[in-house]
Design a protein around this ligand. Structure first.
Ligand code: ZN
Length: 416
């Protein structure tokens, strides 16, 4: 019986470092924004490496890249692996790219072992997981999930005013086939994404692999507080209806709800605050702030939002302000497929790789792919959990160990 070899950390390093040369800010970290020159360069480099590994390549209307390593039965739905190669501004070299490179190494190992696969194995590079250019993330996987069509692509604009649709058309993507991007359940047998851990939990626990149980999903609110704008000196403490102080109280209520949530993983963030008129000697009459709530449990997340709304009513009556809450989105967390996570666990045990079950607080393309296929994620440790930073670092040996677990899992899925 043919045996899989071991992933080569030097290969992984070379691929990552070469992708990292496609960078518009070499003086500080890595910046590779969707369809800029470095990003297109990196796409071409990855496609070239896929070809060398005997894969056939196609791209869809939104620019997702599919490198297909053919199985023996073309009628069977394929197995997918992959991630993204675009970055935020001044990022590191591992977030996203690790999953693509692990997919390439998996194909190399399978090819060299002589093991044949029944199902095709597809390495996917999802278009723009990061929201850097069009202010919306997961563009490629969103379109695959049927949540972004041609009409919406025409409404997304970058800072220069160009629409996503326009950019795709100019680059020669088959925009006339936009309707064909969407996948339906059954089209893909299973999808497994390797990604760096962005919390530091694996490093703290001394584990090489994290098996993701659930990918948390965000709820985003826009909260507007209307008070009464008046003179900072002329309005007594009793008389004032300070929109900013009311907003602060609400932010603290929210923090408290997040801290005391009985869900397995909850985060709450007020990241954007607009104070009007924003002057030293004027009591703010209006404040608009954002609320980002992440949870791995949809019902608990909704319960937290309900408690926040109750607190809002209390603050309104106590402080004489009027608050309106707009729900921008309320996404469902994605449970990973127990069948796949058990396979990953089996591979960790067989390969003596220390592992733990974990939760992804950040969302990934897998969250959207989960709309039409069973998904799972393999996390590898990142130093201090730092990501979206030039300091982002994952040891190549850990990446190789994660790749071995990924490869074993992909082979089992492709022959299932
Ligand atoms: Zn990522």
């Amino acid at each position: 019986m043919q045996q899989l070899g071991k992933a080569n950390s030097a290969n992984i390093e070379t691929w990552l470092e070469t992708i990292n040369t496609y960078n518009s800010t070499p003086e500080f970290g890595t910046t590779r924004v969707l369809f800029t020159e470095p990003e297109v360069g990196a796409r071409n480099y990855v496609k070239g490496e896929m070809k060398k590994l005997g894969m056939t390549i196609h791209e869809d209307a939104i620019g997702n890249i599919f490198g297909v390593y053919p199985g023996t039965d073309a009628t069977l739905p394929p197995v997918w692996t992959g991630s993204h190669i675009d970055t935020v501004l001044n990022a590191g070299m591992f977030d996203g790219m690790s999953g693509v490179v692990a997919g390439l190494e998996a194909v190399r190992l399978i090819r060299e072992s002589g093991i044949s696969l029944r199902r095709s194995l597809v390495v996917v590079v999802y278009t723009s997981e990061e929201p850097t250019r069009f202010k919306l993330g997961c563009l490629g996987s969103r379109a695959l999930a049927g949540k972004l069509d041609a009409a919406e692509a025409a409404t997304l604009h970058d800072a220069a005013g160009k629409s996503l649709y326009e950019v795709l058309e100019q680059l020669g993507f088959p925009v006339q086939d936009f309707d064909l991007v969407k996948k339906k359940p059954g089209d893909v047998f299973a999808a497994v994404e390797l990604h760096i851990d962005q919390t530091g939990v694996l490093e703290r626990a001394g584990k090489t692999v994290g098996i993701v149980k659930t990918i948390c999903a965000p709820t985003v609110l826009e909260v507007e507080v209307i008070g009464r704008q008046s003179h900072a000196g002329g309005t007594s403490m009793e008389e004032r209806r300070d929109a900013y102080m009311a907003a602060c109280e609400l932010a603290l209520v929210l923090e408290n709800l997040g801290r005391h949530s009985d869900s397995e993983y909850t985060t709450v963030t007020v990241g954007k605050v607009e104070v009007i008129p924003n002057a030293v000697n004027v009591i703010p009459g209006k404040v608009v702030f954002s609320v980002d709530i992440r949870d791995c449990d949809y019902d608990k997340k909704n319960e937290l939002v309900m408690k926040f709304r109750q607190a809002v009513s209390k603050v309104e009556s106590e402080r004489g302000v009027a608050v309106t809450i707009k729900m921008v989105n309320n996404d469902h967390p994605m449970g990973c497929s127990p069948k796949i996570t058990q396979l990953i666990e089996k591979n960790c045990c067989q390969q003596d790789v220390p592992y733990m079950y974990t939760i992804s607080g950040a969302f990934h393309d897998s969250m959207l792919v989960g709309d039409f296929a069973p998904v799972a994620m393999i996390f590898v440790p990142s130093h201090d959990g730092i990501s979206h930073s030039p300091q982002e670092w994952t040891d190549f040996d850990d990446l190789a160990a994660g790749t071995d677990v990924l490869t074993g899992t992909l082979v089992a899925l492709a022959n299932a």
